[in-house]
Design a protein around this ligand. Sequence first.
Ligand code: FDA
Length: 542
Amino acid sequence: MGISYLKSLPLILIFILITVSAWSSPSTAASSNSSSHNGSFQQCFSSGFQHSYNSTTSGSMIFSKNNSAYASLLKSSVRNLRLLINSSEPQFIISPFHDSHVQAAVICSKKHGMQVRVRSGGHDYEGLSYVSDIVPFIIIDLVNLRSISINVENESASVESGATLGELYYKIAEKSNAYGFPAGSCPTVGVGGHFSGGGFGTLFRKYGLAADNVMDAKIVDADGKLLDRKSMGEDLFWAIRGGGGSSFGVILAWKIRLVPVPPVVTIFNVKKTLEQGATEHLQKWQAIASKLHEDLFLHAVVDVANAPSNGGSKTIQISFISLFLGPAERLLLLMKVSFPELALERNNCTEMSWIQSVLYFAGFPSRSPLRVLLDRSPQSKSFFKAKSDYVKESISKAGLEGLWQRLMEEQTSLLILTPYGGKMSDISDSETPFPHRSGNLYQIQYLVTWDSDNETQQHIGWMRTLYAYMAPYVSKSPRAAYLNYRDLDLGQNDNNNASYAQASTWGLKYFKNNFKRLVHVKTVVDPSNFFRNEQSIPVFPS
Ligand code: FDA
C-alpha cells in the first residue's frame, strides 16, 4: 500500500503548474547574471506561498547570507569540519515545512539556474549535502521535515527524511520494546542520506540494510513532481535504495518495515593489545565472524592505545564488541564453540533491552535517559578523512603486522572491521544498488581525525598511503567501496557532468554491476542532469 500523502494544497499546485510552464533550460538560465537570479529565485520561491502562508512563515524558511541565522544553520549538522574551510557557500538555505515547499524550491532552482544540494543529517563524509563546486547553489535542509509515525499493528513506520536515526529509534521504543530497525549506530545520522546509501548497523546480519527494509518512498523529482512508489515506478524505487538519493531527486519520506527484537539482548566489549595476542585473535576473528549465527554481531575496532598492559606505552588495541540478540547464557555457548580463544566469561556480558543497546553503541554512558537520542547536535565534530574496503580472503599475519606498523604512525587513527554474512549473503547483489553481499568476509572503515586545518594535508597523505598499502589484501577489479563512506579520492565528475566512462572510476567501486542500471534510471528520470554533484550518477548521451 502506498503512503497516504500526495495531498498538496491546490494553490501550490496552481503555482507549480504556472512555474513549470515558464521553465527555461538550466544551461540557459545558468548563463545569466547570478545576483539577478538570487532576487528572482527568492521571489519565485516566496510567491508560491503568499496566498496560503503568511510572510513570517515564508521568511522563516528561506535564509540568505544577510540573515543572522544563515551561518549557524549552515554549520548546524556539519560533522566534518574539513569541509567548512574555503568552501563555496549557498546563496540560500531553504528549510521547508511542507512537501510543496520542496517542490517549489526544485522548480525555482531549475528556472533560475541554481544547483541544489539536499541535506538531511549533514553527515556526508565529503560534505556533498552542503558544499558545491558549481555555483550558485541552494541547500534544501530537511531539518523541519522529520515527523515519524509508528504503526505497531502493521509492523511498519513512516519517517520523513529529515529525522535522525536517534529520533527514529526513540519513537519506536516509545511505542514498543518488541521492535527495532536495522540501521546505523550514530544517532545524529540523517535518515535521508543513510537509507538512500544503504545503511547498516548491529542488526544487519539478521535483517539486512535499512534500504532492504524500505517498503515505499515519497520523492520530488527533477520536474518538481511528487511521486510515491507506484507513481515513480520500480526502477526509480530500486535506485534510491542504495544508489544515493542526491542523483535522483529529493526524497521526502520512507515507509519502512519494523523488525522484531527480543526482550533481552547481550553486549560485550573484550579488548586485546598486541602483547595480549591481538593479532592472533584477529586472525581467528577473520575466519569466523562472517559465519557466526545471524543473531550474533561481533565487530572489531582497532586503535592505537597507551595500554597499561604494555607499561603505558603505545600499542595496537583491538576491541571485540558484540551485540547478541538473546540472553548471555546462549551467547556464551555460541562463543565457546566458535571463538573459545577469546575466553568470554559471564562477567564480560551485560544483558539489556535492544533500545539500551542502541545507547551503548552510540557511546552514551550507561543509564543515560532515552531522550539523549533526540539530541540532533553531533556528539563531536572534527576534521576527518575516511575510506572503506571489502575483504574477501583473510589477511595474512604479515599483512596485519604491516598494517599495525602504519597505524602506529597516527595516534588518532581507527579501523572498524564489520563482519558480513548472515542475511547479507542471502540477498542478491542486484536486489538493490548496494552490491556488497555474499562473498565478503568483512568491511573495513579507515578513519583519521585531527583538530586543525594546517594538519589536513599531512593526515590525508597518511590515509592515502595506508590505502595504497592495503591494495593487495582487499577486493579487486573493482576495489569495492561503500557509498555512505563517500570518498572523493575514488574519482570525481568533471564539472559535475561526467561521461559514463569517467564516472565508472568511482561508480563501479560503489555499485559494481548495478552502476549501469543506475545510469539507465538516471537517464530516464533526470535526462537534463539537474540533480548533479561531484559523484552523482551520469546520464547516457541522447
Ligand atoms: P547528508 O545530509 O550529508 O546526506 C548525505 C548524501 O545524501 C548527500 O549526497 C545528500 O545530498 C544526500 N541526501 C541526503 N538526504 C537526501 C534526501 N532526502 N533526498 C535525496 N538525497 C539526500 N553509515 C552506516 O551505514 N552505518 C553507520 O553506523 C554509520 N555511522 C556513521 C557515524 C558517523 C559519525 C558519520 C559521520 C557517518 C556514519 N555513517 C554510517 C555514514 C552515513 O550513513 C552517511 O554519511 C549518510 O549518507 C549520512 O546521511 P545524512 O542524511 O546524515 O547526510
